[in-house]
Each structure stands twice: as C-alpha cells, then as structure tokens.
Design a protein around this ligand. Structure first.
Ligand code: S1T
Ligand code: MG
Length: 544
C-alpha cells in the first residue's frame, strides 16, 4: 500500500464518505491515486471556496447520523490559499474538515528556485493553515506518516475542527504502513461523575431550568441522546441561531430558536428567565447572544462546550460532550408519560394571489411543500434568506450562522446531496449567488438536482438595513433564471405569490435537473426576523 492509499483508508475509517476537490500539478499525483483506487468517490467542483463549503457541509450533515469527516483536496498555493475563508468558517463553526494539499517534492524544494504557487516561503501555506486548523502534518517521511495521520485525523474528530495534511508530490506513491487507530485521551471517571452529579443537582434545584443546544450536539452525533435527556429531565429545549435545525429528526421537547429581541417572545422568555440555563455544545458568539433582551448571566448557567464544563466560577476540564451526555443519561430514568412542550408555530397556507413576494411567503411556500411531501434538508447562505429560514418548520439545516460568510449556500447544498443522497433545498441571496452559485453547473455530471430559491432583491440588502444611505449596496439585475439552462438546469423568475407556489410545485415534481426559482423581492422588503434583528442591534447599540 502507498502513502496516499494508507491515508484514504484512514480517512474512510474516521468517517469520510467522499472527497471534493480541484487538482493542480502539485496535486495530480495524489489525485490519480484517489481516482484509480476508488477508496473514496471524488467530486471536482469549479472554485476552491466551493470545494471547502461542500466538504464542510458534508461533514456537518454526516455527523447527524454517524461520525463523519469532510475532505477538501486541493493543489498547493493558488488552490489551498483560495480556500482559506471556507476553512476559517469550518474552524469557527466547529466542522470536522480535512484539508489535503499537494506540495512541492524534496528535490524541487532544494532547487534554490522560487517555485510557482509559492507565496513568501515554501512554509508560508503551512503557517497560514496553523491559524485555522487544530492540527496539521506534512507527510514527507513514510515511516512517520502513519502516526502523523492517526494523530491529525483523531484530533479532527476529537475537537471537531479542521486539520491540514500536506502531501509532497514525490511522496504520494511511496510504500507506507497502514494508519493505526488513534486513542483519544481517557476521561477521568471521578471528575466526570462529580460534574454530572453537580449538573443534575443544579437542574433539580431550579424552578425554571431550560436546555439550549448548538452545533456540537450534532458534531458529536448526540441529537437522539440529548432529546432523550431533555425528556427525562423535563427540560424545554431551544436551539440558538447557529443550532437551528438541530433535533429536527429527534423526538425532543423543542420550543424553537432563541434569538433574543429578534426571536419569538415565548422562546426569549424561556431562555432569559431561566434560573438554570444548560448550554450544551453552544458557541458563545455574538450571533447567538448579542441581541439578548436581558443579558444571560453565564455565572448562573451551565456551559458545556469545547471539551470542558463551566459552572459558576469553576471548570471541569477534559469532559468531552459525548461522555457528559452518557453520564447524565446513566443517572436519569425515562420519565413516565414523557414531557411535551408547545412548539413554535410556523406559517402555512400560501395565498396564491398576484401580490408581490415577501420573504415570509417563501417560508410559507416551503412549509406547505414539506407538509405535503416531507421534510427536505436545507443549505442556506448568509443574508435575509437565513433569517427567513427561521420561519421554516424545523428540518436539517446547514448554514454559516456564526462565521456568516457568503458563498456557502449553493456548494453546501451540493455537499448535502453528495453526502446524503437526499434532494436539498438551497436558500441564497443574489449577492451570494454571484459568488458561488455557478457551482450548479456541476450538478449534471453527478446527477444532483437541488431546488434553489434565489432571493433576488438586486441588493446587498442586509448591509442596506444597517447603512441605508449607501448606494454601493445596489446590485444590477443579472437575470439568473435565464442562465439556468446553460448550466444544465431549469430556471424560472417569479414575481407574485401565485407564480411562486406554482414554480415550487413544478420544481418538486421535476427530478434529475437542478431547479432554480429566481424570486423577485422588492428592495427594502425584509423577513420579520431580520427586521427585528436589525432593530434590536440598533437599539442595543444606541448610545446610552
Ligand atoms: N463577503 C463575504 C464572503 N461574506 C460576507 N458576509 C460579506 C462579504 C459581508 C456581507 C454580509 S451580508 C452581505 C454582505 C456583502 C450582503 C448579502 O447580499 P445577498 O446575498 O444579496 O443577501 P441579502 O440581499 O438578503 O442581504 C454580512 C452581514 O457580513
Ligand atoms: Mg440581495
């Protein structure tokens, strides 16, 4: 077995199910082995940001059912550095993404010449990826490679953060031993017991305990266990903005998504009035908590994330989330009669008339479709489309809700379909579509057929809501629907609610080709969630 095959078997053993990539001359040798070995299917896309976003989404949705890794394979320099933003997004949002980059071989590295694709030094790329990965290795020694790969992939799964592996092109076919299993550090059973007992005591003593969940609950495959724990402890559950879509397939006492002043009042009250808020796998970010009506006192909360548990003024280090949930379940019993809550209501029944379309109408149309035909996984870009997603009934969702990069939606939707085989719904604004929407041109090769709802307000509308006087937010009307046919799909432009409903029904009935529905939205017409979010941010940031 050669080094690349040993790496591919290890990737598969750690949960990788496919590779997304774009080759280059530094990467051709290992791409050839990827393709000829058939150990993992290879999907090439058109621009490295899309490669990173697709692989990230495959990782996120994959961990819903089993341990998963996303794999993004690129060439040295121009390829890998073109993907930095997507990897940074994966780092920020705790996605287990593996970056494979081809690299210069020993001989050319010592040639004394500046190599093509080289930035400052031959090590510059490695150092740049230090800032957006939790571990990395250059595989320039076949004897050391198996242990390096085991450690790096083990840390990718353990920390649920991206990692980086550089494959010098003169090493990829060198004979190499198989990669050993990586043994994560043992958990101290006494510390785990003390931590679980203290959490349960804290929750039992509270009058209004509540549970908030975020991405780590999915990244470690814990949704079913957390739903069971919430039922046993009679804990009403809210997701945070970033965690929207979690527990959608689990039987959880889920009330909705917490968004402070921008969210539903009943959910805001549940979270902010709780006297024992249990934050499970929650990223303590501004997008999750900046618009809190009442500042949440983290000293009275229980915060379990990033491999530790904080209660008040003390910390239990080295407590992996999976071990904690297991310990809590071991100390609780199923509750007779279960525990039910009143879930948030979502709009249904689109009025099919000639009225212009507002974002909420899109959510209503999607809710009608899913009520009739079953839930679809959703990939959303950043923009009002993501705020509109808060009005769509709970379903699996991948979105850059914290790092907030544009360009994620379309490639992430392709990653979802490659990883799950399910037909995804993609929500994307016109500005974001201008960035990576063209990846739809790769659907035909692979038989992908997402339904794309393009929110076209000919504007960077989110930015206009914060700075209405600036004209640079005005975008031109590109006529996206008319381009779909050339990309291998079907496109239609809709102006009224009746046209929207009919277009969505037609799209759902058409398989085998992507369906692009270009929804024309008058400038300044926002989702109610975004309106509340902007008003809340402005009010909270207004000079006192
Ligand atoms: N570039 C990238 C890669 N990501 C970003 N988030 C931004 C720039 C800044 C930015 C936003 S929201 C936004 C920009 C440019 C406009 C989005 O326009 P569009 O996709 O048409 O959606 P909508 O019209 O619904 O706003 C965030 C806040 O920083
Ligand atoms: Mg727009």
């Amino acid at each position: 077995m050669n080094l690349t095959e040993s790496l591919l078997h290890a990737l598969k053993a750690h949960g990788a199910r496919q590779i997304f990539g774009i080759p280059g001359d530094f990467a051709l040798p290992y791409f050839r082995i990827v393709e000829s070995s058939g150990i993992l299917p290879l999907y090439t896309l058109s621009h490295e940001p899309g490669v990173g976003f697709a692989a990230d989404a495959a990782a996120r949705i994959g961990t819903r059912d089993e341990p998963a890794l996303g794999v993004a394979a690129v060439t040295y320099g121009a390829g890998a550095l073109n993907m930095v933003n997507a990897v940074a997004a994966a780092y920020a949002e705790k996605s287990p993404l593996v970056v494979l980059s081809g690299g210069p071989g020993q001989g050319e590295s010592n040639s004394g010449l500046l190599l093509h694709h080289q930035a400052k030094t031959l090590d510059s790329q490695y150092r740049i990826f230090e800032e957006i990965t939790c571990d990395r290795a250059r595989l320039d020694d076949a004897a050391r490679a198996p242990a390096d790969i085991a450690r790096v992939l083990g840390n990718c799964r353990r920390h649920s953060r991206p990692v980086y592996l550089e494959l010098p092109r003169d090493m990829v076919a060198v004979p190499c031993a198989p990669v050993p299993a990586f043994e994560p550090p043992a958990v101290d059973p006494d510390a785990l017991a003390a931590c679980a007992d203290e959490i349960l005591q804290r929750l039992a003593a509270a009058r209004r305990p509540a549970l908030m969940v975020d991405v780590e609950v999915r990244r470690y495959g814990l949704e079913a266990q957390v739903a069971e724990l919430a039922r046993r402890l009679a804990l009403p559950v809210a997701t945070c903005f970033m965690g929207r879509g979690l527990l959608a397939e689990a039987d959880a006492p889920l009330v909705g998504t917490y968004m402070g002043v921008a969210g539903l009042p009943e959910v805001t009250r549940l979270v902010e009035d709780s006297d024992a808020l249990f934050l499970l796998g929650v990223i303590l970010s501004d997008t999750n908590f900046a618009v809190s009506e009442k500042k949440i006192d983290l000293r009275r909360s229980i915060v379990a994330c990033d491999g530790e548990v904080r209660l008040g003024y003390h910390v239990y280090p080295q407590i992996p989330l999976a071990a904690l949930v297991e310990a809590l379940l071991a100390r609780t019993a199923p509750r007779a009669g279960g525990f039910q809550v009143t879930p948030s209501a979502y709009p249904h029944g689109l009025v099919a008339d000639d009225a212009p379309i507002a974002p909420q109408d899109i959510a209503t149309a999607v809710n009608d479709l899913m009520a009739a035909q079953g839930r679809m996984p959703i990939a959303s870009d950043m923009g009002d489309c993501l705020f509109t997603a808060m009005d769509i009934a709970h379903t699996a969702l991948v979105a850059p809700g914290y790092y907030a990069t544009m360009g994620f939606g379309v490639p992430a939707g392709l990653g979802l379909q490659a990883a799950t085989g399910q037909r995804p719904l993609i929500l994307v604004g016109d500005g974001a579509f201008q960035m990576t929407g063209w990846e739809l041109g790769n659907c035909r090769r692979y038989g992908w057929d997402p339904i794309v709802l393009l929110f076209n307000n000919a504007s960077w509308e989110m930015l206009r809501t914060f700075q209405p006087e600036s004209h640079f937010n005005d975008l031109d009307d590109w006529g996206f629907a008319s381009m779909a046919a050339g990309l291998g799909g079907d496109g239609v432009r809709v102006h009224t609610r009746a046209e929207l409903g009919a277009a969505l029904a037609r799209a759902a009935a058409t398989r085998g080709r992507f369906q692009l529905i270009e929804v024309m939205i008058p400038r300044g017409v926002l989702s109610s969630t975004l309106q509340r979010f902007v008003a809340g941010v402005k009010r909270l940031n207004a000079p006192k």
